[in-house]
Ligand binder design. Structure first.
Ligand SMILES: NC(=O)N[C@@H](CC(=O)O)C(=O)O
Ligand SMILES: [Zn+2]
Ligand SMILES: [Zn+2]
Length: 358
């Protein structure tokens, strides 16, 4: 309970909200049986989602992206209107031609930059962005495909809590200087420096996604009453001053910030391990938690733009016409989800949430 109960609940008598159906602009659906297990949680709430390509092996070609899209469509619950928006995993060898054919496919909406070694399944990521990736990035400008960035340097000598701000200085700012027309989404931002960077770039070409965990928890949550592996994700949770900066930016109503859950399921035994995986499974709780964040800021009137307008506007896609209802109705998050032989522990397992999507 520690983290929610530390929130000051703004007094309000709003008991339900009806908003345009949200999209998730950063989602890990995995593959195979895991895909079948987790997809219904996202498809129940979100109309569309940007699907992360960090599978094993990664989705580096149009062909593999379209095949993955087919597997997602096959795994969807019957009659689900959910639309997966596919991405390509950028490597040192991605060609301009692959970028052109990504756009022509009509199914691929962005290209993802993982610095090699930065996070889960990023080993095949980029080692030399400025030396090797310029032809692909220049073609992305022509094709109006945004670059989605896991923004952390991988230098082991850089303190893990400084890896995002170091990335801004060493990679992102130089990239923006070199290719000012490239559309960039800084994914899952966690720091005051990221907020300042995105805001300083101005609307139009730079935006950021924000997860529920980085809005609600600071790094104390990793060590509350002992090591908490289910609060471990990358970029790692930061100090309270950073959480506050991200919270303020999001709830201010700026169009440059939008919903991206980074829901990243890992099996329970791989998180509760001597070397635990990074990633938080938040798909079942994300919209209730975002609602709680905006309520706490006294900004429920700005929730819908964050969940449902700013993302499609940035991507140049139509806003959804369907709606969802969010009601004030306490419910307890399950301790775990059992999917066949595997178990996944969700964010805030066993805790009570104030809002529910119906
Ligand atoms: N966020 C995480 O901690 N993990 C993500 C990868 C990522 O988004 O960096 C995953 O795929 O597990
Ligand atoms: Zn990431
Ligand atoms: Zn992610």
């Amino acid at each position: 309970m520690a983290f929610q109960s530390s929130l000051v609940h703004a007094s309000t008598d709003i008991s339900q909200l009806k908003i345009t159906q949200p999209d998730d602009w950063h989602l890990h659906l995995r593959d195979g049986s895991h895909l079948h297990s987790v997809l219904p949680h996202s498809a129940a709430v979100f109309k569309r989602a940007i699907i992360m390509p960090n599978l094993k092996p990664p989705i580096t070609t149009v062909k593999s992206a379209l095949a993955y899209r087919d597997r997602i469509m096959t795994a969807l619950p019957p009659d689900s209107p959910f639309v997966p928006l596919m991405t390509l995993y950028l490597t040192d060898n991605t060609t301009a031609e692959e970028i052109r054919s990504a756009r022509e496919s009509g199914a691929i909406y962005a290209v993802k930059l993982y610095p090699a070694g930065a996070t889960t399944n990023s080993q095949a990521g980029v080692t030399d962005l400025f030396g090797k990736c310029m032809p692909a990035l220049e073609e992305m400008i022509q094709q109006q495909l945004p670059l989605l960035v896991h923004g952390e340097v991988t230098d082991k000598n850089v303190d893990i809590f400084d890896r995002e701000s170091a990335f801004i200085n060493m990679v992102l700012q130089p990239l923006v200087n070199r290719l000012p027309q490239l559309k960039i989404v800084m994914e899952h931002i966690t720091t005051r420096e990221a907020v300042q960077f995105v805001t300083s770039c101005g609307e139009g070409s730079i935006a950021a996604t924000v997860t529920p965990q980085h809005l609600i928890m600071n790094r104390n949550a990793l060590f509350q009453n002992g090591l908490q592996p289910h609060n471990y994700c990358l970029p790692v949770l930061k100090r309270e001053i950073h959480r506050e900066a991200v919270f303020k930016a999001v709830t201010s109503g700026s169009k440059q910030f939008f919903l991206g859950t980074d829901s990243a399921p890992h099996e329970k035994h791989t998180k509760e391990a001597s070397c635990g995986c990074a990633g938080i499974y938040n798909a079942p709780v994300a919209v209730p938690l975002y609602t709680q964040v905006f309520e706490q800021a006294g900004a429920l009137d700005k929730l819908e733009a964050f969940t449902s307008f700013n993302g499609p506007d940035f991507y140049g896609l139509p806003r959804n016409t369907s709606t969802i209802r969010i009601v004030r109705e306490p419910w307890i998050v399950p301790n775990e989800y059992h999917f066949g032989s595997s178990t996944v522990v969700p964010m805030f397992a066993g805790k009570s949430l104030d809002w529910k999507v119906v």
